[in-house]
Write a protein that binds this ligand. Structure first.
Ligand code: ATP
Length: 242
């Protein structure tokens, strides 16, 4: 596989997370190499979102550790992590509803001061999502779910992340909108951004990814090149509805 020799950008090692006495993530290890698009799939309640929240410091680790580009990031919150090149699009998008589209995107670039480059990147976002350009002054809270997903992704990309985490980008969207969002994910990946994608739509997630992990009941149960998992009989029955 073309990215196998690339260095490891994100390393999650034996991570455990509990809600009160309930262990939701029971020792998860995974790696994302530079330039890769890695998908984490699994059914409802498998622990995917909890894993993402552990990576971004939104939940405390009950065990294990996490490294970004070789540096331990355990216990750091989202704001610190953005400075180190990690941007997250959370489940439910998290857009600033009372700000306009363009204000949301500018917020994404708050750690930068290269105004000419910021403007160029805004144009790049509008080419990914022409619909946003038509509505720059519209309050983000009045947008459709799909449009909010576009804003959330564009805002995250405006920080020029070395690693982009996407949690359930397809959730609640029409098939047409899901197609648009995945097309952009592919383009962003091809543009060189490393991506970790959590997604319940296993088929799409595996089609887009280089490498994938399957999670079940708080544990990684399978992993491998996404194309292999896509053809795996067990995966096909359990996650692709065949
Ligand atoms: P989904 O696709 O439904 O979000 P998921 O794989 O992301 O599924 P998680 O949301 O990580 O799964 O949930 C993992 C487990 O932790 C589930 O059993 C869930 O009920 C539990 N859980 C999640 N959030 C909380 C919480 N705030 N308090 C208690 N238990 C929680």
């Amino acid at each position: 596989m073309k990215h196998n020799n690339a260095s490891v950008l994100l390393s999650v090692h034996d991570v455990k997370v509990a809600y009160g006495g309930i262990q939701a993530v029971k020792g998860v290890s995974l790696e994302v190499r530079e330039g890769e698009l890695v998908s984490l799939i699994g059914s409802n309640g498998a622990g995917k979102t909890t894993t993402m929240k552990a990576i971004t410091g939104l939940l405390p680790l009950g065990g294990g550790h996490i490294q970004l580009a070789g540096k331990t990031i355990d216990g750091q919150g989202p704001w610190d992590l953005v400075q180190q090149g990690l941007a997250m699009v959370p489940e439910g998008r998290g857009v600033f509803t009372r700000m306009t589209i363009v204000e949301n995107l500018q917020m994404g670039a708050y750690i930068r001061d290269d105004q000419a480059q910021i403007n160029a990147d805004l144009e790049r976002m509008y080419s990914f999502f022409p619909r946003l350009k038509e509505r720059l002054g519209q309050l983000a809270g009045t947008l459709s779910g799909g449009e909010q997903q576009m804003v959330a992704m564009a805002r995250a990309l405006m920080s020029r992340p070395s690693l982009l985490l996407l949690d359930e980008p397809s959730m609640g969207l029409s098939p047409k909108m899901v197609e648009t969002i995945f097309e952009v994910i592919r383009q962003v990946s091809e543009g060189g951004t490393t991506i970790l994608l959590v997604e319940q739509n296993a088929r799409l997630a595996l089609q887009a990814a280089h490498h994938a992990y399957v999670m079940d009941s708080g544990l990684i149960t399978m992993s491998g090149p996404a194309s292999e998992l896509l053809n795996d009989p067990q995966v096909r029955v359990a996650y692709l509805g065949e």
